[in-house]
Design a protein around this ligand. Structure first.
Ligand SMILES: Cc1cc2nc3c(=O)[nH]c(=O)nc-3n(C[C@H](O)[C@H](O)[C@H](O)COP(=O)(O)OP(=O)(O)OC[C@H]3O[C@@H](n4cnc5c(N)ncnc54)[C@H](O)[C@@H]3O)c2cc1C
Length: 406
């Protein structure tokens, strides 16, 4: 792949730069501690502005509110947008995973009703897959739905549901037939998060934030026309979501870069001289620089596949394994280097606006969300290196005959 812009891409980039300069706000550290209500207000306003100009969901068809553009245009826009104060996090799961699933498996009515409001940022979606007994092994989930006339009645519990406390809708995968092997008895529905019987309980994280939740379903009634895909095809439908998730999380989470770390080491004193002159500091920075280059080239492989209309392979699993560990190690190192200042997480008084601290707090979750390090290593071992698969003792056993604890 040629990494330079073609003349058409350069022209597109120039147009995007001009539009962003006229419409987006510059980055500001003052935004770091905004309250949720303000984050939602700003995010929705920015999403609507983008949708109006055809810059929201650039690769989606115009009839669904998208931009009708190419993958490369979407990448160029993302690169330029990241230089501005352009909040998009609250839409990441809905637009990155849930709505693509609705577009692939929903009826025409579903698409008409949900896609445009999501693209405009009027409605936000969450993904209700993980459960106390089904995380890495999501097909082991126990939330069940029983048919009652034209309706289904859902009972059970989801956990780690990002954004459920502010979301309007969600996609939920449930067990509709316990008499068949675990992957075969699942069905997917969309749910209104304000439905009677849904209770959302925020989880307090070690960072002090509450970004995800426990979600309890007690006799929640959904109509059969809220089904996405056939009864029993929930695993197939979930794979659409999970494939999009792998793409979305493979890109990394930003935060303190190696370039930022070099600047920090230049201005931090260690043993009476700038830390950048310390041999062990230089060695660590060099390691992360090499990793960053590898990640960049791996991302280009993904882009090459996308620009050829192919589905990227398991290389995004490699990106996530490396980038999540790098985030955690680099954050810890930067905090150590700040010495006593490293314990301060207040962006107004701490060095480098607490960016390493934020990154370190987030990295542990990033190593779990969207596939843990171990699961991703299994994927790389089996699908990239061709090693034998995990032993799957429950493969053909009906779900209700699988041994389990009480
Ligand atoms: C920040 C964050 C946001 C999240 N957001 C959402 C969300 O919006 N919606 C949602 O549905 N879920 C969400 N999750 C949940 C996430 O998908 C699960 O936490 C993840 O899949 C791991 O499942 P688990 O927590 O049940 O851990 P488990 O699957 O119980 O794993 C526990 C440990 O065992 C290891 N392990 C498990 N199986 C194997 C194996 N076969 N081989 C080797 N090791 C193994 C794991 O690597 C891990 O170390 C989120 C999680 C985080 C951290």
């Amino acid at each position: 792949m040629d990494f330079n812009d073609t003349p058409e891409e350069a022209a597109y980039r120039a147009k995007v730069r001009e539009w962003l300069a006229a419409n987006a706000k510059p980055k500001s550290d003052a935004n770091d501690n905004l309250r949720l209500a303000e984050v939602l207000k700003r995010s929705k306003a920015w999403q609507a502005t983008k949708a109006e100009a055809g810059y929201a969901c650039i690769t989606w068809p115009k009839e669904w509110g998208g931009g009708g553009g190419s993958t490369i245009e979407s990448v160029i826009f993302g690169q330029e947008e990241s230089k501005y104060d352009a909040p998009a996090g609250v839409f990441a799961i809905g637009l990155g995973m849930c709505i693509p699933t609705v577009m692939a498996w929903g009826s025409e009515e579903h698409k008409k009703r949900f896609v445009k409001p999501a693209v405009r940022g009027d409605e936000i979606w969450c993904q209700l897959f993980s459960e106390p007994a089904g995380g890495s092994d999501v097909a082991g989930l126990r939330t069940r739905a029983e048919k009652d006339g034209d309706e289904w009645v859902i009972n059970g519990q989801k956990v780690w549901t990002s954004g459920a406390h502010y979301c309007d809708y969600g996609i939920v995968v449930v067990r509709t037939d316990p008499n068949v092997p675990k992957h075969k008895g699942l069905t997917m529905f969309w749910v209104d998060m304000k439905s009677p019987g849904i209770e959302v309980r925020p989880i307090k994280q070690m960072s002090g934030d509450s970004n995800f939740n426990e979600v309890f379903f007690t006799d929640v009634r959904v109509n059969d026309d809220q089904r996405l895909g056939n009864v029993g095809d929930g695993w197939k439908v979930a794979l659409t979501t999970l494939m999009n998730e792998r793409l979305a999380v493979g890109g990394g989470m930003g935060g303190t870069s190696v370039k930022d770390l070099v600047e920090m080491a230049r201005s931090t004193e260690m043993d009476g001289m700038p830390a950048l002159q310390n041999g062990s500091v230089r060695e660590r920075i060099a390691d992360w620089y090499v990793q960053e280059q590898g990640l960049k080239l791996t991302r280009y492989r993904t882009l090459t596949a996308l620009s050829k209309g192919q589905t990227p392979g398991p290389e995004s699993s490699i990106s996530k394994i490396v980038s999540a560990k790098k985030m955690q190690d680099l954050g810890a190192f930067a905090m150590d280097m700040q010495d006593i200042g490293g314990i301060i997480r207040d962006p107004e008084i701490s060095a480098e606006n607490a960016s390493p601290q934020e990154m370190w707090f987030g990295a542990a979750g990033y190593r779990i969300a969207g596939g843990t390090d171990e699961i991703l290593r299994n994927i790389v071992a089996e699908r990239v290196l061709g090693m034998p698969g995990d032993i799957r003792v429950d493969k053909d056993v009906p779900f209700n005959q699988m041994p389990r604890g009480k």
